[in-house]
Every structure is written in structure tokens, then in C-alpha cells.
Design a protein around this ligand. Structure first.
Ligand SMILES: Nc1ncnc2c1ncn2[C@@H]1O[C@H](COP(=O)(O)OP(=O)(O)OP(=O)(O)O)[C@@H](O)[C@H]1O
Length: 254
């Protein structure tokens, strides 16, 4: 099957530091691919290149078999970019619009839908993330978990064929993390192709079809969760789990 997104020989240099140093990654369609790795290893940069928010210095990216970008240029940016939904650590909602307004506005500006149609669709998406009753509240009136669910609804309203999540729960208190992960679990079960940067090791181990461990700009271990977390582990992965993942979470894959 054609991968949802395929990255070949990706290099990204900031200043004179190669932050991505020849990354190859093939994210299977209709599965969750999780990117894990220490702080500064290049996970967000890789995701941002996939979302065309950064331009790589070498290498290529294909989405559903079509070139998204090659070094130095982006191909048919509007068309292909609109097939990718992205959810960030900070929810990036428009503060002066209600939850419904945030989702509908995306449909109006990106899909050029008339107000009524956009609002109907927005309400349907908010229902799916359990927020229909809060549709008329503003971001400041919602919890962080609810705001992130609005951000997910906003991305899904545009009918993406691939969803990218950059540490979607790391700005949330632990009790709000679960509600966002549950929405992501349901999305995964529906067959959405997803690439997720996450430190939630329980989620990674239970939901991912494919895991890639990045270290210093390279993927040093990749495979199914069973393969990646099997013992004996790659020493850098062991060190990462000891340093970044709390003991309780590490026990999930012990
Ligand atoms: N726009 C930029 N300009 C210069 N350096 C950058 C830029 N963006 C990222 N970097 C650097 O690139 C490296 C990789 O950053 P990146 O955010 O991709 O790592 P990460 O693995 O996502 O880390 P974290 O888990 O802490 O979010 C870091 O050293 C970072 O300081």
C-alpha cells in the first residue's frame, strides 16, 4: 500500500547545525506513526517539514505517492497542503471567536464555504469531539483539553487525508490529557493516517502501528512498538526512556 507520507534523505540545517540529518521515514496509510525522542532531536522540525511550514535543505517528501516538496521548493503548495491537518502543542485558536466560529472560519476561508454550510459542518465536527454543548463558548471559557479538542475538530473539518500532531497534550494538566488522547484513539480507530509526536508512552505503545525514535537528527530505531520497545533496547532509547519518561509510564512497556 502507498504510504500516507514518505520522507527520503531529509536534511534541515539551522545556522550550521544539521537538525535533521538524512531522515528516511515511511508512515503507513490508515495507521498511527509515532515519533519519539529526546528534546532537541528534531521531531517538531520533521513534522513542520511534513506540514510545509519549514523547507528542507535536501531530500524529498511524498504524500500519497505525490511529491509534496523537494529540497528548495514546494510543489503545488495550496492543493497538497490542504490535504494535511496539523494540531499543535499550543491550541492556536482565534480568541475572539467561539468554538463554533473557530471551526466554521477555517471552512469559510480555506474551503470558501458559505456561513450556514460552514456552521452546520462545524457543529457536526464539534459533536464528534464531544463539544456540541460548548460550541458557543470562547476559548477562554474552555479548559485546555476542550480547546485542543476544538483545534482537532477544526483540522478534521477540512477533510484531511493525513493528520499531524505535535505534542498535542504536553501543554495540558494530566487530568485533561486523557480526554484528548481518547479523541485521538477514536480517530485512529476510524482509519485516519496520523503522525504523532508524543511523550505519552502508554498511548504510543497501545495505538501506534509504527514508531520511530529520533536522536540528534537521525532515526536510530524504527518498527512496530513491539520491535522498538523489545529488549535488549538500543542504548540511546534506554537512556531516553529513563530520562524523559516517568517510571510509571516506562512500566507499560517493561
Ligand atoms: N527556527 C529555528 N531556528 C534555529 N534553530 C531551530 C529552529 N527550530 C528548531 N531549532 C533547533 O533545532 C533543534 C531541533 O528542534 P525541534 O524543535 O525539532 O526538536 P524536538 O525534538 O521537537 O524537541 P522538543 O521535544 O523539545 O520539542 C533544536 O536544537 C532547536 O533549538
Amino acid at each position: 500500500m502507498t504510504p500516507a507520507i514518505e520522507v527520503s534523505g531529509l536534511v534541515k540545517i539551522f545556522g550550521d547545525v544539521p537538525v535533521l540529518d538524512g531522515v528516511n521515514l515511511s508512515a503507513p496509510a490508515h495507521q498511527v506513526t509515532c515519533l519519539i525522542g529526546p528534546s532537541g532531536s528534531g521531531k517538531s522540525t520533521l513534522l513542520r517539514c511534513m506540514a510545509m511550514l519549514e523547507r528542507q535543505d535536501a531530500g524529498s517528501i511524498q504524500i500519497d505517492g505525490q511529491p509534496l516538496s523537494i529540497a528548495g521548493q514546494h510543489a503545488r503548495k495550496g492543493d497538497l497542503r490542504s490535504r494535511i491537518g496539523m494540531v499543535f502543542q499550543q491550541f492556536n485558536l482565534w480568541p475572539h471567536m467561539t468554538a463554533l466560529g473557530n471551526v466554521a472560519e477555517a471552512l469559510r476561508t480555506v474551503r470558501r464555504q458559505p456561513r450556514r454550510k460552514a456552521e452546520d459542518r462545524a457543529m457536526a465536527e464539534l459533536e464528534k469531539v464531544g463539544l456540541a454543548e460548548r460550541a458557543h463558548l470562547y476559548p477562554r471559557q474552555l479548559s485546555g483539553g476542550q480547546q485542543q479538542r476544538v483545534a482537532i475538530a477544526r483540522a478534521l473539518a477540512l477533510d484531511p487525508q493525513l493528520m499531524l500532531f505535535d505534542e498535542p497534550t504536553s501543554a495540558l494538566d494530566p487530568e485533561l490529557t486523557g480526554e484528548v488522547l481518547n479523541v485521538m484513539r477514536r480517530l485512529a480507530t476510524s482509519g485516519m493516517s496520523m503522525v504523532v509526536v508524543s511523550h505519552e508512552i502508554g498511548f504510543v505503545a497501545s495505538v501506534a502501528g509504527h514508531v520511530a525514535f529520533l536522536d540528534r537528527g537521525k532515526i536510530v530505531v524504527s518498527g512496530s512498538p513491539e520491535e522498538v520497545f523489545a529488549k535488549p533496547r538500543h542504548p540511546r532509547l534506554t537512556q531516553f526512556l529513563e530520562t524523559y519518561i516517568d517510571r510509571e509510564a516506562s512500566q507499560l512497556i517493561a
